[in-house]
Design a protein around this ligand. Structure first.
Ligand SMILES: C[S@@+](CC[C@H](N)C(=O)[O-])C[C@H]1O[C@@H](n2cnc3c(N)ncnc32)[C@H](O)[C@@H]1O
Length: 342
């Protein structure tokens, strides 16, 4: 017995599921504390830049990319940490303003998350940082400014103008001595924090209260006193896709409850991220550096007279200096912890 398959039936069975909105997608990943590991990878780039995050799948303009995950702390606490952190760790303090008050996400802990490893590109960023609020907690998330192809490095504009790496070439090209992170530190300009914080751009996106989007223990634990009224009065753009009683973490219910979203409006939002990330050296774990180091072609190495050897020495130097920075970073954190206990 054979049954005829009508063309429209075939078409129906291949119907694409509706695309979930970027914000719903962000809520989902923020809630579960997950990264898109099937679409992103962390790679070691060079001794100056350290690691970076790369697309291993394509993204469309507007897509949620990754959360800049860390502890939400007050500005006072951030200043305190900045004073005692090794400069390499201070590079992970991302400050932003909310109704005239400065807050900070401290992502200095090597927690394996990807957002903290996204590098700066002020000329051709393919992402932008947006602040989103989920059930009263603030999160920073990156969204694609344009279509991103497989292989591209994920990057956003850190803001400001004075980062040392913007002034100098990263010269890790073959046959060129790689600029050491030491010289980056030496050439660091004075940082005009006040001017930077006066930047007026703001981002706010809200997932409704009562939405069980967040299970972020660390954020809740370290969160400063939260001015709920001020927060709700914030005039920033509100994009709500996590409806009350809708568990954002289930993609099924997200799809069912999803409202229409306006991609153009979302991307045209004029706000800017506020950051006081110090222009420092990367705090890189030697473990991940070793893991992400490219494979060496032993045969080529043996046959090569100079180029491979130079590259290997540069990589070794990079790993060594990062190991030192890592050790410093760890020691600084221990001291910080002991001070807070005493
Ligand atoms: C949030 S971390 C980014 C991850 C970092 N690359 C790592 O390996 O840990 C910020 C630090 O990365 C480095 N960085 C970011 N963007 C860079 C760029 N375009 N060129 C050189 N270094 C950069 C700076 O050292 C900065 O302090």
């Amino acid at each position: 017995m054979s049954s005829r398959i009508y063309p429209e039936q075939v078409a129906c069975s291949f119907e694409m599921p509706p695309r979930i909105s970027p914000l719903t997608d962000a809520c989902h990943h923020v809630g579960l504390k997950t990264d898109k590991t099937w679409k992103l990878e962390v790679k070691y780039i060079n001794a100056v830049k350290g690691r970076g995050v790369f697309a291993i799948g394509s993204f469309s303009k507007g897509d949620f990319i990754v959360e800049y995950r860390g502890d939400l702390i007050s500005d006072g606490e951030a200043q305190k940490r900045r004073r005692i952190y090794h400069p390499a760790c201070s590079g992970f303090l991302f400050a932003f303003k909310l109704r005239g008050k400065t807050w900070c996400i401290d992502a200095s802990r090597e927690d394996g998350s990807f957002g903290r490893l996204v590098n700066d590109d002020h000329r051709h960023p393919n992402c932008r940082m947006k602040r989103i609020d989920i059930a009263g907690s603030t999160h920073l998330c990156l969204f694609a400014l344009k279509d991103i192809k497989e292989g591209e490095e994920i990057a956003y504009n850190y803001g400001g103008e004075d980062y040392p790496w913007r002034k100098q070439m990263t010269t890790c090209e073959p046959d060129t001595p790689c600029v050491s992170s030491q010289s980056v530190l030496m050439s660091e300009p004075q940082w005009d924090e006040a001017a930077w914080l006066e930047d007026t751009g703001q981002q706010m996106t809200t997932c409704e209260p009562d939405t069980p989007c967040v299970s972020s223990q660390s954020v809740l634990m370290s969160e400063p006193q939260w001015d709920e009224a001020a927060w709700l009065e914030d005039t920033g753009q509100q994009m709500t896709t996590c409806e009350p009683d809708t568990p954002c973490v289930s993609s099924q219910s997200v799809l069912m409850s999803e409202p229409q979203w306006d991609e153009a409006a979302w991307l045209e939002d004029t706000g800017q991220q506020m950051t006081t990330c110090e222009p420092d050296t990367p705090c890189v774990s030697s473990q991940s550096v070793l893991m992400s180091e490219p494979k060496w072609d032993e045969a080529a190495w043996l046959g090569d007279t100079g180029h491979q050897k130079r590259k290997l020495l540069e990589a070794r130097r990079g790993i060594k200096s990062q190991q030192n920075r890592d050790a410093n970073c760890h020691q600084q954190k221990m001291e910080h912890f002991l001070l807070s206990v005493l």
